[in-house]
Write a protein that binds this ligand. Sequence first.
Ligand code: C2O
Length: 541
Amino acid sequence: GATRFYDFKVQTTRVTKICNTKDIITINGMYPGPVVYAEEGDRVIVKVTNETPHNATIHWHGVRQMLSCWSDGPAYLTQCPIQAGQTFTYEFTLVEQKGTLLWHAHVSWLRGTVFGAIVIYPKTGVPYPFPYPYEEHILVLSEYWKKDVLQLEQQLLASGGGAPPSDAFLINGHPGPLYNCSANDIYKIDIVPRRTYLLRLINAALNMELFFSISNHKLTIVEADGDYTKPFTVDQLMIAPGQTINVLVTADQPIGKYDMAVGPYMSARNVPFQNISAVAHFQYLGASPTALGLPAPLPTFNDNLTVKKGLDGLRSLNASNLPLDIDENLFFTIGLNIEQCHSNNPNKSCQAPNGGVFAASMNNVTFARPKVSLLQAYYYSLRGHYSEDFPGVPMRVYDFVNGAPNNSPNDTGSVNGTKAKVLEYGARVQLIFQDTGTVSTENHPIHLHGYSFYVVGHGNGNYNPLTARFNLVDPPYMNTIGVPVGGWAAIRFVADNPGVWFMHCHLEVHTSWGLSMAFIVKNGKGALETLPHPPADMPKC
Ligand code: C2O
């Protein structure tokens, strides 16, 4: 493969949206940021220079980072932040990866404005497994706040309260006409009638799962999270933060201007959210430029059934690496709750309901951010920064029968801790996620760094091994799985990439509350099973 060089300058940039002007952090002044283009097998080298006063890191979401954990990017997990004036160079190879992924900042709430697309073409001469599209377009979906997103996180943690809803959704940085004074801020794709287009959808939103549709046009999903799927045709789809979905769309309608609409999927009750859609135009050549777009219907905000059907229909084109036997059988609860002050909360007086703060946990552990990077602490055996006792089953449910708890799991009584789960090199892992939570249940998009995993099962209610049905034939290969609201999902992967790998809810507010943990995957015996030394320019904490 070739080597692709990129120069990313973290900068302060002035933007105006929905009659609001503010300074945001960007890469090279672009919002969304620059696209990283590569072919499968290429080496990618990105030099990141921080020209802002804020800490920065970049995460290459969905990139496997084989033997390059040092370049993964989550702050305090695999590196210390790149401080003002510093430079760090990320280097990785795109092994067996193709399709669309995304990159985003991975410190504080910086990814609220710092994100962009990664497009990985098949190797030269290797065709797509579907008819070659006439043209390709990237659609990056995101959220916009009139306030500064970094300050929003500080306020959230200081108050102990819930997340502030965004003021608009954006499509490639544009809100479309439905918000206040946004009538002319509309993204548009020019369409040649009868041609077929490949749309690369990326959900880069901070805190919202999103529905997407195009009026009168079908969407045929051909790839999800950087892996091909069996073609699956829908009218509307849900895409969770961190997910990428490629769809084919054929311009088979009368000449006209059609809306592409983006709106919220909110499965939790009593959570305030932005409910006005972002709109872009899918505009046929020959359509009247002054015509209004034909509105695109979206599911209602709590349409769990459409989400379930979407997940049911995702099938991998080739699941030949699926492990059929299991060495490690894990069961993790994921939940929101109200806790006493937790360690991520700078305000020790805890002003929230019942003298507590909103918190979240996995297996009754609220993740506490370490002060050095876990990978450094692990690599250099620095004591006192983390412990290796993350439980394989919930701490508050002791009674397991047939691989599932006998009594209902819950996330009350969580402890704070920087706890990691250690996996042997090559272990075949099955992990059941169980949504729980005493404050509310919610669809949680759980993302695992450094791996894709097969989603072998999912369902409503509590996981029951006697009735759960698994797909061990063609399960989708994802890096982010929306665990059904109040339900469960089962994933499988082989722990063949040594390092420290963060796993967390990709609703950023939940990560702020501690809905995360880390895996430590040990080295294997061979040189190609061993994490190399860190690069010389690693930032210091
Ligand atoms: Cu896309 Cu840890 O994140």
